[in-house]
Design a protein around this ligand. Structure first.
Ligand code: SF4
Ligand code: SF4
Length: 374
């Protein structure tokens, strides 16, 4: 027997970074452009769409309805969306997000429904609000076909969630060749745990939010030497899609050109061969050698910080600038993950520097982060 989603074409369209335009002085999703992108994607034979209650300030699901659901037969595509318990003030509000998603997307049912962004202190909220039982009841009612969760934390926490929730049908993990062996993301370890539990995997961030198409020349040249004609995106997509047990590889596409490039790569997708794998390993080693801040995301510094500063988030955002020069992605990472624990809250008590095993000058780095991102 095959696995859930085995027959789905292996590129998924992420609705988190849609093109924007101006209307009445405000920035809104450029829905006509999204329609063109959806058409190019569907025409090429791809069918999986990934949105979330929280994307684009809640407007992504409605964009999906306009650009896809109202324009194509429902059984010709799959819809995935997500419930962000950490955005709700209580259990009732969290549960009500499901009905809102159904209404906004017009999807009628969800092929894939995810509890959004488990990990760290967010995981317990989903239990406290009874959302696992709630989602199971929606599945029994036929409104969810496959239930899963997306995850941003370390492998041991991932294992713990899976042991507590054997009802999961699939998982969504952050996987790309740059983070495969990373101590902060633990892509490989999480992937291997998912597979040991027999779970199919939806891949998010295969291009690391776009960073892997903006590689420094020293890294890009390694891949170009291995294959002069292969676009940088193709290395990233093919690395993730070559893994066994993948439902699909999501790409948060913002332009028609990105759709065309990605579908061209994935239409004639073949797994990486040994020579190509070796080139990826060399590229990863070159990325690892860049002069980034040596934070391993061990989080020892967090325990004693009186201000709750999200130190590793600030350092990771700075590293995105150092390694990739990727201002958009660095700011996005900071905005999403540092909220409530911004670098500017630091009172320079020094408690974090005393415990940091990497001896990072945290206070100085936080000043840089505050100046850059706030
Ligand atoms: S120096 Fe700043 S970041 Fe470090 S523990 Fe003190 S307040 Fe927190
Ligand atoms: S203690 Fe140091 S290495 Fe560990 S997360 Fe904090 S800054 Fe990073």
């Amino acid at each position: 027997m095959g696995y859930v989603g085995e027959d789905i074409p292996k590129l998924g369209f992420g609705f988190m970074r849609l093109p924007l335009t101006e209307a009445d002085g405000a920035e809104v999703i450029d829905i006509e452009q999204v329609k063109r992108m959806v058409d190019a994607f569907m025409d090429a034979g791809f069918t999986y769409f990934d949105t979330a209650r929280g994307y684009h300030g809640g407007a992504s699901e409605a964009a999906l309805k306009q650009a896809l659901v109202e324009r194509y037969p429902r059984e010709s595509f799959q819809v995935a969306t997500k419930l962000p318990a950490w955005m709700a003030k209580d259990a009732d509000e969290a549960r009500s997000m499901f009905a809102t998603s159904l209404e906004q997307s017009g999807a009628g049912y969800f092929d894939f429904y995810l509890l959004h962004n488990l990990g760290e202190n967010r995981t317990a909220l989903f239990d406290d609000y009874g959302l696992w039982d709630f989602a199971r009841s929606q599945k029994e009612a036929g409104l969810i076909r496959n239930l899963g969760f997306s995850f941003h934390d370390k492998a041991d926490e991932f294992e713990r969630v899976l042991e507590a929730h054997p009802e999961v049908d699939f998982v969504q993990l952050q996987i790309n060749y740059a983070d495969w062996e990373s101590e902060s993301i633990e892509s490989r370890k999480c992937y291997e745990i998912a597979r040991a539990h027999g779970l199919p995997v939806v891949v998010m961030e295969p291009i690391k939010g776009g960073s892997l198409v903006k590689l420094p020349d020293t890294v890009a040249s390694i891949l170009h030497e291995a294959d002069r004609d292969a676009p940088l995106a193709s290395w990233a997509l093919r690395f993730a899609a070559s893994l066994e047990g993948i439902v699909c590889v999501l790409s948060g596409m913002s332009t028609l050109e990105q759709v065309e490039e990605n579908v061209a790569v994935m239409k004639r997708f073949g797994p990486l061969d040994a020579k190509e794998h070796a080139a990826i390993v060399r590229a990863r080693e070159a990325l690892d050698a860049l002069p980034v801040i040596p934070c391993t995301d061990c989080r020892y510094c967090l325990k004693g910080c009186p201000e709750g500063v999200r130190i590793p988030v600030a350092l990771a955002s700075l590293n995105m600038l150092i390694a990739y020069g990727d201002e958009y992605r660095a700011q996005e990472n900071y905005d999403w993950n540092a909220e409530g624990g911004e670098a500017s809250k630091c009172i320079e008590c020094g408690a974090c520097e005393e415990v940091c095993p990497q001896h990072i000058a945290i206070i100085d780095e936080l000043k840089k982060a505050a100046a850059k991102f706030e």
